[in-house]
Design a protein around this ligand. Sequence first.
Ligand SMILES: C[S@@+](CC[C@H](N)C(=O)[O-])C[C@H]1O[C@@H](n2cnc3c(N)ncnc32)[C@H](O)[C@@H]1O
Length: 293
Amino acid sequence: MWNSLLTASDAAELTPAQNGFAPLSERNFVRICDVIRQACGIHITAKKKTLVEGRMRRRMRALDIPDPNTYCRLLLESDPLQQELAHFIDAVTTNKTDFFREPKHFDYLRDVFFPQVLARGQRSLKMWSAASSTGAEAYTLAMVADDFFAAQGGFDFTILATDICSEVRAKGVAARYPFNMMEPIPEEFRRRYIMIAKDPSRQEFRIVPKLRAKVQFQRVNLIADSYPFERDYDIIFLRNVLIYFDRATQKAVLRQLSAHLKPGGHFFLGHSETLAGSSLPFEQVASTIFVRR
Ligand SMILES: C[S@@+](CC[C@H](N)C(=O)[O-])C[C@H]1O[C@@H](n2cnc3c(N)ncnc32)[C@H](O)[C@@H]1O
């Protein structure tokens, strides 16, 4: 799956040997794959070896280590506090995200789910963007929820945004994004929910404080044995992360995360992801949208 998500900068990293770097040994590649699978569930196949070497080079450059096998010794044998492992996980995760990504999900919230919430007299909403990356998904939820509920005096909503990767969580807290991420945000929402940097050379925008206050970022490893949150969420987005896990891990994550939805709560998966094969108590109400019975 990684290949389909390769960016130009990833592609530029794909030929370590040609760039004068020693290649990563087969044995160390296998050990690295094991460590990553155990630490965060990401399943790396043999086809991704050059990609992994490319991502590893970011860390080697930061630590001034020229040889990937030397770096592996640091990661696999001299990292008792797992500090380097945390950096390496940051380097190997694919964090691609966008505002209004897979927009039908947000149309469904506005046209179907939010009106149902009001109709049953509910006055608050808890949402969770699991695997949130830099927060574009969480802030999109904040925009559509604020837009819908603002006129309903006293309605409150909160959004939990979680990710294993510390770099993306920090970006989410800062809520600053490059101009090229603005395009999918509707004109009307841009006027109300984003601020443009005064210094034009920064070429960035920021989410308004009112929405930033609604989103809380936290570290969650989806493959952990339990998550330290209540089991009363109305909505959970788990999009574009299951694809990196093997089938057994997918099932375990789906089982555990879905238990945090309250009955009637909605679960949103990425468009290439499925609940197939799980025996979870869900009814499908639209493409990749499921309701907990
Ligand atoms: C491709 S992004 C998806 C972002 C967003 N959900 C979207 O669809 O736009 C996948 C995210 O999953 C995170 N991730 C990968 N493995 C994880 C794990 N075991 N626990 C929590 N987050 C994980 C990565 O750090 C990355 O930010």
